[in-house]
Write a protein that binds this ligand. Structure first.
Ligand SMILES: Nc1ncnc2c1ncn2[C@@H]1O[C@H](COP(=O)(O)OP(=O)(O)OP(=O)(O)O)[C@@H](O)[C@H]1O
Ligand SMILES: [Mg+2]
Length: 323
């Protein structure tokens, strides 16, 4: 594979929480704990896991919207983990984010053309801006007449398209797509995913695509990383992960995906995940999934498994692979 556009190494993001109101004692909420991930130029990496496992925090920390607690963030080979916010400015345009909620992410008082052109190069003339807005609208399946309307005049899917046009306006190289289709009707989810794929080809974009379940990212992702309670537990090429998953958590996530073929569905064993994700505050040592794992062994409570390559490009953090 080519070179990495984005690479995180041992990335940690802990939020400090007061133990009690008016107390000086703190606990640490380990939202992201020692995460390694490389995203190649032009690649789409899917990041999946249940609610609260740290997906958004990974995305926001890469963009330095959250300050990393520790670790490295390389963008185009430069370590941006600790540079000042001023030095981050040139990178701001090169990295963008698209949000889950198209309703909340657009300023209702601005016209669509103002929303899209907000981040554009200030040296552009009015006419150039107008042309660029029209071009971007056409790229996301809208038209230039939409430029003079307000966000409330659009459907959820159309608003998400406006959000995508706004992200593209600064000509980014990397986009964190944070559950961009989860809030949309099932009927338009595929349209938006297809559009994101076309835009990726047209503009040579690199994506980190966040979603709850694997089925949503399988089609668009080259590789998929599965996260559980702040850690990546399995990474593999998309088909490999779908067909030959190894981590019990990945298998449980996959078995909760409805199978369209009734015969196949009857034959497959559904693994029901018991309970919720445990608290991410002051996590004890050991494998974080062990409290919900059907195969938990003694060692899982003592030591924390690390990601190891079990097949070329297929990484798993689980002691079962060592049995
Ligand atoms: N600004 C914050 N301050 C304190 N805790 C936070 C903050 N942002 C996130 N967290 C906590 O960090 C953990 C990870 O949250 P995050 O939003 O990254 O999860 P997620 O995987 O994106 O979940 P979801 O699928 O619900 O969007 C959660 O326990 C969350 O409560
Ligand atoms: Mg999230």
């Amino acid at each position: 594979m080519g070179e990495a556009l984005v690479e995180i190494k041992n990335l940690k993001k802990y939020f400090t929480m007061k133990k009690r109101l008016f107390s000086r004692e703190h606990s640490y909420l380990q939202a992201v704990d020692d995460v390694d991930l490389a995203i190649m130029k032009g690649e789409t990496v899917g990041l999946v896991g249940e609610s609260g496992c740290g997906k958004t925090t990974v995305g926001r920390t890469i963009l330095r919207l959250y300050e990393p607690t520790d670790g490295e963030i390389f963008f185009s080979g430069e370590n941006i983990a600790r540079i000042s916010q001023k030095d981050m400015l040139p990178y701001r345009k090169r990295m963008q984010i698209i949000f889950q909620d198209p309703y909340a992410s657009l300023d209702p008082r601005l016209l669509v053309k103002e929303i899209i052109s907000e981040g554009m190069d200030k040296s552009l003339t009015k006419r150039e801006v107008q042309k660029k807005v029209a071009f971007l609208l056409s790229k996301v399946g809208l038209n230039s007449e939409h430029a003079n309307r307000f966000p409330h005049e659009f459907s959820g899917g159309q608003r998400q398209r406006i959000g995508i046009a706004r992200a593209l306006a600064v000509e980014p190289e990397f986009i964190v797509c944070d559950e961009p289709i989860s809030a949309l009707d099932v009927s338009i989810q595929a349209q938006v995913v297809n559009m994101l794929e076309e835009l990726q080809d047209d503009f040579g974009l690199t994506y980190l695509f966040i979603a709850h379940d694997i089925s949503m990212v399988k089609h668009i992702s080259d590789r998929i990383a599965v996260m559980y309670l702040g850690k990546i537990v399995e990474v593999a090429e998309s088909n490999e992960l779908y067909n030959r998953s190894v981590h019990p958590y990945t298998q449980a996530l996959l078995s909760s995906v409805p199978i369209p073929d009734p015969v196949e569905a009857r034959q497959s064993k559904r693994i029901i995940l018991q309970g919720d994700v445990p608290s991410p505050i002051d996590i004890p040592p050991g494998c974080r999934f062990r409290s919900r794992c059907r195969y938990a062994m003694e060692i899982c409570g003592k030591e924390t498994p690390v990601l190891e390559e079990i097949d070329p490009g297929h990484f798993v953090a689980c002691y079962l692979t060592k049995k």
